[in-house]
Design a protein around this ligand. Structure first.
Ligand SMILES: *[C@@H]1O[C@H](CO)[C@@H](O)[C@H](O)[C@H]1NC(C)=O
Ligand SMILES: *[C@@H]1O[C@H](CO)[C@@H](O)[C@H](O)[C@H]1NC(C)=O
Ligand SMILES: *[C@@H]1O[C@H](CO)[C@@H](O)[C@H](O)[C@H]1NC(C)=O
Ligand SMILES: *[C@@H]1O[C@H](CO)[C@@H](O)[C@H](O)[C@H]1NC(C)=O
Ligand SMILES: *[C@@H]1O[C@H](CO)[C@@H](O)[C@H](O)[C@H]1NC(C)=O
Length: 397
C-alpha cells in the first residue's frame, strides 16, 4: 500500500468524520441533506494540503515544541500526515462528494472506511520512518517533499524506541549525508533530527559519533544562516551530553574554540549564546561527576573564564541565569582559582551588579518569580565564591 493511497484513505476518514460531526451538531430533523462545514474550515483544510504553504511545516514543528508526545500515536497526527500527503485537488473533490451524501450513505461510507482502516492497519512509526527515508534517498524528490519527509522524521524520532529504530533502518547515514545538501533548510532539519534522536540516548549518540558527524556539525555552527547554526549547536550539545567519548572528540575538533568564539562576541544571535553557555555549564557538570578525568585546560583559561563572567552583564535574564549556573559549576572545579575570578574576571563586581538588577526585577509583577529564582542561584554563586576565596587566601598557620 503506497503512501498516497494510505493518505487518501485517511483523508476520506477525516472528511467523513467531520461531516458526521457537523450533522450531529446541527441535528435539524427538517433538513434531509447535509451541508459541508463552513467555508473557513474548508479553506483551512485545503490550505493545509497545499504543499507550497510553509504554514504546515510551522504548525507541525510548533506542536512538537510545545507538547513532546511525539509520533503519530494520536489521530490528529495521522490526519495531519494524511492531509500533508494528499493531492489538494483530489481532496477538494472528495470534500464535495462527501457533501452530497445523505446521512445513511455517510454512515455506510464510515463503516467501509473503518473496515478499510482495519484491513490496512495503521502504518507503524517504523514504516512511516522507512517511507520518509526512502523519499530522502530519492535524489529526484522535490525540495518540498524533502522538507516534508524531514519534518515527519523530526516528529517521529522523539520517542526513544523510534530513535533506535531510525538507527536500525540506516537512517542516520541518510541524515548525515543530508547535512551536505545545498538547501539550508534541508541541512537545518537534518541537524535538528540528529540532535533530537541523540537526546539522552547513548546508543544513538555512539552511532552518530562513529559515523563522524560531529566535525561537520561543529562547522555548521558557523553557518551564516542562523537557523542552521542554532540547530547544529543543538545537535552538538545533544551528541556530547554525558558522553565522555563524545566530549573528547569535541575537544579534538576544537569545539572549545567554537564555544569561546560564541561566548566572547556579544553580536552573535542570543539563541546561540544561550546554548553555548548552557553547554559550558553542562560540560563542567559532567567533569564534576567524573572526578577521575583530568580537568580540561580550557576551562581554567583566564580569558575563557572572563568571557563567562562578562555574559552576566547581558540584559537577557535567561542568558544571565545560564551564565550563573556555569560559574557555579566552574567554581567547584579543583583547577578554578577564585582569586582569578575576583582579580582578572571581576566576579565580585558582576555579582553586585546582578544583585542590584534583580532587586529591581523582583518589583515587576510579571518577572518577579523568574528574577527570584535567578537571585537564588546568584546567592549560591556568591557563597561558593567567598568560601573558595577564604580557602585560597588563608594564611598558613
Ligand atoms: C437527531 O435527533 C433525533 C431526535 O432528536 C435523534 O433520534 C437522532 O439520532 C439524531 N441524529 C443524529 C445524527 O444525531
Ligand atoms: C432547520 O432547517 C430548516 C429548513 O432548512 C431551517 O429553516 C431552520 O432554520 C433550521 N433550523 C435550525 C435550528 O438550524
Ligand atoms: C523518486 O521521486 C520521484 C519524484 O517524486 C518519483 O517520480 C519517483 O517514483 C521516485 N522514485 C522512487 C524509487 O521512489
Ligand atoms: C539509501 O541509498 C543507499 C545507496 O544509494 C543505500 O546504501 C542505503 O541503504 C539507502 N538507505 C535507506 C535508508 O534506504
Ligand atoms: C561577531 O559576530 C558578528 C556576527 O556574527 C560577526 O560579524 C563579527 O565578525 C564577530 N566579531 C568577531 C570579533 O569575531
Amino acid at each position: 500500500m503506497g503512501r498516497r493511497s494510505i493518505a487518501a484513505a485517511l483523508c476520506m476518514l477525516l472528511l467523513t468524520m467531520t461531516v458526521t460531526a457537523m450533522a450531529e451538531r446541527v441535528n435539524n430533523s427538517s433538513s434531509a441533506g447535509l451541508f459541508w462545514s463552513t467555508a473557513k474550515e474548508e479553506e483551512d483544510l485545503l490550505r493545509k494540503a497545499d504543499p507550497n504553504d510553509d504554514s504546515t511545516a510551522a504548525s507541525v514543528v510548533n506542536e512538537r515544541d510545545d507538547e513532546l508526545d511525539g509520533g503519530f500515536s494520536s489521530l490528529d497526527g495521522m490526519l495531519q500526515w494524511a492531509i500533508g500527503h494528499s493531492d489538494p485537488v483530489k481532496l477538494k473533490e472528495t470534500a464535495q462528494d462527501v457533501q452530497r451524501l445523505s446521512l445513511s450513505e455517510l454512515k455506510k461510507r464510515q463503516l467501509e472506511i473503518k473496515e478499510l482502516m482495519e484491513r490496512l492497519k495503521m502504518p507503524s512509526d517504523a514504516q512511516l520512518m522507512q517511507i520518509a527515508l526512502d523519499d530522502l534517498n530519492n535524489s529526484s524528490l522535490s525540495l518540498e517533499d524533502r522538507h516534508r519527509a524531514l519534518q515527519e522524521l523530526l516528529v517521529l524520532v522523539e520517542p526513544i524506541d523510534n530513535a533506535n529504530d531510525l538507527c536500525k533502518l540506516g537512517g542516520l547515514a541518510v541524515l548525515i549525508r543530508e547535512l551536505n545538501h545545498p538547501d539550508t533548510d534541508v541541512r537545518k532539519f537534518s541537524a535538528w533530527i540528529l540532535g533530537e534522536a541523540s537526546q539522552n540516548n547513548p546508543f544513538v549518540q555512539k552511532q552518530i559519533l562513529e559515523l563522524g558527524a560531529l566535525m561537520k556539525l561543529i562547522k555548521m555552527v558557523k553557518s551564516s544562516y542562523i537557523e542552521e547554526a542554532v540547530k547544529a549547536l543543538y545537535a552538538v550539545s545533544a551528541l556530547i551530553r554525558n558522553n565522555l567519548a563524545g566530549q573528547e572528540l569535541f575537544y579534538a575538533e576544537a569545539g572549545d574554540l567554537m564555544l569561546q568564539d560564541l561566548l566572547r562576541n556579544s553580536s552573535i544571535d542570543i539563541r546561540l549564546r544561550r546554548k553555548a553557555v548552557f553547554l559550558v555549564g553542562d560540560l563542567v557538570e559532567c567533569q564534576l561527576e567524573n572526578t577521575h578525568k583530568a580537568e580540561l585546560p580550557f576551562l581554567s583559561n583566564h580569558l575563557f573564564l572572563k568571557s563567562v563572567v562578562d555574559i552576566t552583564a547581558s540584559t537577557d535574564l535567561d542568558l544571565q541565569e545560564k551564565a550563573l549556573v556555569a560559574i557555579k559549576n566552574l567554581l567547584q572545579l579543583r583547577t578554578t582559582e577564585a582569586l582569578v575570578l575576583r582579580d582578572f574576571c571581576g566576579l565580585d563586581g558582576a555579582l553586585e551588579r546582578l544583585r542590584h538588577q534583580l532587586k529591581g526585577l523582583i518589583q515587576e509583577e510579571d518577572r518577579k518569580d523568574y528574577a527570584m529564582d535567578v537571585e537564588t542561584i546568584r546567592r549560591e554563586v556568591e557563597l561558593i565564591f567567598h568560601s573558595k576565596l577564604r580557602e585560597e587566601t588563608k594564611v598558613p598557620t
